[in-house]
Design a protein around this ligand. Structure first.
Ligand code: 6PG
Length: 479
């Protein structure tokens, strides 16, 4: 046995990760793919990598030094279970199986438990950064046992992106913690993308600028506090011209956004945990709304406002949009971190939120300058209950809120959908409210279902005899 690490599954992500591993000092990489052509092809295409190809799982296991460590890079789902079963058959106690796909964290919890019974370690690791990240340095979010981290940590550190001198990988927590955090990463990614899309739409409709001109706006924003990978690539997409028609590419792309499910998982999980990730939810729903052409077709004649959008000072308007985007982005991240906090409490993971923000500074899709501020916030107050209440964000929100409110008003008045901008603002105002109409909801629940309520002035649980003489009695707490 000569290889210290193996990769199973040699589609683009797997091949690139294998090449990344091979390019780092000290690694020798064994590779295996269900159809052997791909293995042969990768070996031939990259002789410099010194891959150790295997034709069978037995050969693959034999080529690995102990503890054997293998990263599975196959499409998440039943295929993952099949590969795990095959590896469990040929591995031994103490060996490590890593799933680097976008698995649902509850699947990872289940798999970890089952594999652990054999004495083999199972690690669910979120890997972000797309094809390029896999090749040059992704952000990696591993879960699994402390024992597996001893072997795996140095290997993953060798291939991860580096931000501010630190590798973008940390042992997130046990069993499914890594995939949970990757799921929330993707939820934030959805929100960030939707917010950028709303900003683009408002600027285009408000100023009549061309996509190429708006690309310049985004490129400019990328030099300030919004600096991020997603803003950068937005400028590139907007600048792209379609070779066939000569039109901006964005104008010939069908306006129906796809989704592979991780955004929906983030929201489903948040609903179960009772965490209001409203910005992420709006982003997922916006993709769903866009993807029902039959509904949009019959809705085109629905009445809208008489007045369209008229912008008198385009520069001031664009600055308002920028600040609305920044404020809404702070909300999206705050909500995402709230979900991680709640997930950690529910599943008993000891997740360092500051460490999570640090490993997202490089390699991943949501990498941004801004994550340094989040790292600072958790550095100062590790158990901060609401991220956006950190002093830096309070200042930023104070600076942005006037613009944010104007943009939400303007969008509503002009009939332009801005669901993520407006729901983020409502969330913000909900947090700020001294009293919420939730008191009335409690009254209604008590009226029709005797669901009881608590009072502001004394302990205990109460019920009003609504269908009797409407006096109040002490009651059992039913929530
Ligand atoms: C990443 C990406 C990656 C992918 C997702 C989202 O972190 O590298 O998040 O995981 O792009 O699959 O894709 P959808 O938009 O198709 O849901």
């Amino acid at each position: 046995s000569v290889a210290n690490i193996g990769v199973v599954g040699l589609a683009v992500m797997g091949s690139n990760l294998a090449r990344n591993l091979a390019s780092r000092e000290g690694n020798t990489v064994a590779i295996f793919n269900r159809s052997h052509d791909k293995t042969d092809h990768l070996v031939q295409a990259h002789p410099e990598a010194g891959f150790v190809p295997a034709a069978t799982y037995e050969e693959f296991a034999a080529s690995l030094t102990k503890p054997r460590t293998a990263i599975i890079m196959v499409k998440a789902g039943a295929g993952t279970d099949a590969v795990i079963d095959a590896l469990v058959d040929v591995f031994e106690p103490g060996d490590i199986i890593v799933d680097g796909g976008n698995a649902l964290f509850t699947d990872t919890i289940r798999r970890e438990k089952a594999v652990r019974e054999t004495g083999i370690n199972f690690v669910g690791a979120g890997i972000s950064g797309g094809e390029e990240g896999a090749l040059l340095g992704p952000s990696i979010m591993p879960g699994g046992s402390d024992e597996s981290w001893v072997t795996l940590g140095p290997i993953l550190k060798s291939i991860a992106a580096v931000a501010e001198g630190e590798p973008c990988v940390t042992h997130v927590g046990h069993d499914g913690a890594g995939h949970f955090v990757k799921m929330v990463h993707n939820g934030i990614e959805y929100a960030d993308m939707q917010l950028i899309a709303e900003a683009y739409d408002l600027i285009r409709r408000g100023t009549g600028k061309t996509p190429a001109e708006i690309a310049d706006v985004f490129a400019e924003w990328n030099r300030g506090e919004l600096e991020s990978y997603l803003i950068e690539i937005t400028a590139e997409v907007l600048r792209q011209v379609d070779a066939e028609t000569g039109k901006p590419l964005v104008d010939v792309i069908l306006d129906q956004a796809g989704a592979k499910g991780t955004g929906a998982w983030t929201v489903q999980t948040a609903l179960n945990l009772g965490v209001p990730v409203s910005g992420i939810a709006e982003a997922v729903f916006a993709r769903s709304l866009s993807s029902h052409p039959e509904q949009r077709e019959v809705s085109g004649d629905l009445p809208g406002p008489v007045e369209g959008l008229t912008v008198t000072d385009p520069d001031a308007f664009i600055e308002d949009v920028r600040l609305a985007l920044y404020a809404s982005k702070i909300v999206a991240y705050s909500q995402g971190f709230d979900e991680i906090r709640a997930g950690a409490a529910e599943y008993d993971w000891n997740i360092d939120l500051g460490a999570v923000s640090k490993i997202w500074r490089g390699g991943c899709i949501i990498r941004a300058q801004f994550l340094n501020r989040i790292a600072d916030a958790y550095g100062q107050t590790p158990d901060l209950p609401v991220l956006l209440t950190a002093p830096y964000f309070v200042e930023a929100l104070g600076r942005a809120q006037g613009s944010w409110r104007r943009i939400v008003q303007t969008a509503a008045g002009a009939g332009i959908p801005a669901p993520a901008f407006s729901s983020s603002l409502s969330y913000y105002d909900g947090l700020r409210a001294e009293r919420l109409p939730a008191a009335l909801v409690q009254g209604q629940r008590d009226f029709f279902g005797a669901h009881t309520y608590k009072r502001i002035d004394k302990p205990g649980t109460f019920h009003t005899l609504w269908s009797g003489d409407r006096t109040e009695i002490e009651a059992e707490d039913t929530h």
